[in-house]
Ligand binder design. Structure first.
Ligand SMILES: *Cc1c(COP(=O)(O)O)cnc(C)c1O
Length: 397
């Protein structure tokens, strides 16, 4: 090698001196990858040869974690799944839907979606000529009727259980109806994670997650994932992701991988703690109603039981108070933190009508049981008695 100046030595990149395989997935903090020679570069760019190019497309950290989640969603099934990590849950949803629908197409969905998703469909997709039809999926006959009449419907977009009252949709039934009408199905599986529910097993075509929530579970990153089994859409989704630019970064991917290692332990504990809270609040005189899929009194208990292996950490309940009293109850909580996220290790509380559902139509809120006195809990991993005691002391004050 020719003699370098001190300055050039400073600028130079040291060689990777790895001699043995690292035990943990390395964090590739690099925007681009070195091409061996021009011929090599051409065949990689043409897709004839495998190789990383540029981290907006993918990189080894991101790919490894995306495939790990895809494997979890496809677990126990005789299918090959692929996954793409994205910069947020919203980016997973917007990228996938941009890949699946065109102007003139319609999306058929439920009225009680995650607020950001409803806004995306109406405010961002609407003006671009993509229509969204909202329908209550309790009415399956109505869904079939819409599919028969309206051939513009390209995708059925679902959440089960849905925020914050945990309504469920029979995934096997919906996917078979969708197939009959040659309509694609997408589900946001954020509340369950593949540990509790694997929608691809019930014939759903695509799964999205906000990995920000339970999959990472540590509350320290914003990211999302798209998982699919349909090879005919794989390249189109990747193209859309790479061109819209919503790729995840390797640091967040690396954090998700850390969180995934404890996924089963966390989900078991979230479920156990949430059930304990639900059972103890159900007959409390100051609680009017408890929404938890694990309670046999929940209207969607039997559907949930059919397709979920346990009922997760999300619960909501109505306190016997008016709007002001409900806010006072929330402010009296000491262990639970008032924060607009879910799926963290600690218990979080949210008041839907003044936060996530602030911009949602009042009539729609009523239809889906989102009242002024409804409080949502993301039940954490603390000792279950501490969580219950916190709620009880706030109810008494
Ligand atoms: C948080 C959330 C999203 C959005 O995810 P971000 O990571 O915040 O973009 C989508 N769906 C559900 C069910 C969520 O809870």
């Amino acid at each position: 090698m020719q003699n370098r100046t001190f300055q050039s030595l400073c600028v130079s990149e040291p060689k990777d001196n790895k001699t043995t395989q690292p035990h943990r997935l390395p964090l590739y903090a690099t925007s681009s990858f070195v091409m061996e020679n021009t011929e090599d570069a051409i065949s990689i760019f043409k897709g004839q040869k495998k190789g990383h190019v540029y981290s907006r497309y993918a990189n080894p950290t991101i790919d490894a974690v995306a495939q790990k989640i895809a494997d979890l969603e496809g677990f126990g099934q005789d299918i090959r799944t692929y996954g793409y990590l994205t910069s947020s849950g919203m980016s997973a949803i917007s990228t996938l839907m941009m890949a699946l629908v065109n102007s003139g197409d319609s999306i058929l969905t439920q009225g009680n979606l995650y607020g950001g998703t409803t806004e995306l469909f109406i405010k961002a997709f609407g003006p671009k000529g993509i229509k969204t039809l909202f329908h209550n999926f309790d009415d399956i006959e109505g869904v079939i009727k819409i599919l028969k009449i309206d051939t513009s419907v390209k995708v059925i977009y679902l959440e089960s259980p849905a925020n914050p009252t945990l309504s469920c949709i029979d995934l096997k039934l919906i996917s078979s109806i969708a197939r009959e009408h040659r309509v694609l199905t997408v589900i946001d599986n954020t509340f369950c994670t593949p540990y509790l529910q694997r929608p691809l097993d019930f014939g759903i075509d695509f799964v999205v997650h906000s990995t920000t929530k339970f999959l990472n579970g540590m509350g320290n990153s914003i990211s999302g994932v798209i998982v699919g089994q349909r090879e005919d859409y794989k390249d189109r989704i990747w193209q859309t992701l790479k061109l819209m630019g919503g790729t995840c970064n390797s640091w967040d991917a690396w954090l998700i991988n850390n969180g995934l290692k404890t996924l089963t332990f966390r989900m078991d504990k979230h479920s156990e703690n949430a059930l304990f809270l639900a059972q103890n609040l159900e007959n409390h005189p100051e609680i009017l109603k408890v929404n938890y899929n694990g309670l046999s009194s929940h209207p969607y208990h039997s559907i949930a039981k059919k397709q979920m292996s346990d009922f997760g950490g999300m619960i909501s309940f109505e306190v016997n108070r008016d709007l002001r009293g409900t806010i006072e109850f929330i402010d009296q909580l000491k262990l639970a933190t008032h924060a607009p996220t879910l799926g963290d290790t600690d218990t979080l509380v949210l008041h839907p009508v003044t936060s996530s559902h602030l911009n949602v139509d009042k009539a729609l809120c009523r239809e889906y049981g989102i009242s002024e006195n409804l409080v949502r809990f993301s039940v954490g991993l603390e000792h279950k008695q501490d969580i219950l005691d916190d709620v009880l002391q706030a109810l008494e004050s």
